[in-house]
Design a protein around this ligand. Sequence first.
Ligand code: ADP
Length: 353
Amino acid sequence: MKHQSSKWLIGLKVAGATAMVFTFSGGAFSLAYWLTYWFYSKHEVDLPEYVLQLVNWGLGVLLLILIFAVVNLLVQPKQRAVWNEMMDALRRMAKGDFNVMVDQDKKYRGQIGDFIQSINDMAHDLKQVELLRQEFISNVSHEIQSPLTSIRGFASTLQREDLSAEEQKHYLSIIEKETTRLSRISDNLLKLTTLESEQQQLDRRRYRLDAQLESIVLACEPQWLEKELELELELEETEIAANEEMLSQVWVNLIHNAIKFTPALGSIRIVLRKVENNIAVTITDTGIGISPEDQLRIFERFYMGDKQRTRTADGSGLGLSIVKKIVELHQGDIQVKSRLLAGSTFEVTLPAE
Ligand code: ADP
């Protein structure tokens, strides 16, 4: 439909241009005829008819050239101005200034209008990328700053001589915990950057997904036993061709979150089943739940849910963005369903082949 209408538009433009050329030519030749007629009536001219016609025609051509030169002179400054504006915009963008908007009043249409639009779109997209970059840097600095402040504070307190051995031990354990947090942040950041930068050649191989889930649940046993959580598994025997190490990271993050955000004596249920051409893994907990607003944002880098409710849980808000990235690299999808105080379900769907 669009193609059809653009054909019409081109046709209309060609017709317009032809009409303009005809009008100008008609005007020029009529003027030439009128001028020569006036000249011959005033002066006695005795020339053969074909010479008179030739003079007529020559004058018409000259007048036509003159008309086009005048039109060109009138139009050119306007075009030069918009080209200058575009060049200026491109120069500013090259220097990193993306607050650019060429032809704000949308005066230009057609090819030049399209070109202007693509410059404006490019500036808009680059501005978004720049904003994300700035936000990322500020988040990283903030996340690194808080454990560092805490380490510095406790290290300086430890220099006091009146501290009991027990107090010293307590402060040292906080320093140790904060250092572990810092190293986890840097580890996660590295993972995320690697995942995002590589146009990942997934090193897939076939393995039993049910066995992988079972062994991760076993490896987390100390954590869920400590909270006396009930773990329920319903795992269909399933083979998958995937990057085993990466998917392991997905299950570890989701299961750790389920344990972390579920109060003692709660339960976690993990189901693996095949649905048509997909493999679905659902991890359901009876934990604190996620508000509808948070559900929209938890997969963003550094996003942590309501601090009031998750204050006890340590984290950096990178876990779920890593999960999402890995799932997407496998052409899969992740969804969350949750109600505050009623628990959450994370469902990962992966293509079976
Ligand atoms: P982190 O756990 O390090 O804070 P994540 O990216 O893994 O970071 O999770 C982001 C946020 O999503 C968490 O801060 C928490 O608010 C919420 N969340 C994730 N999983 C659950 C869950 N099972 N139950 C409740 N909230 C969750």
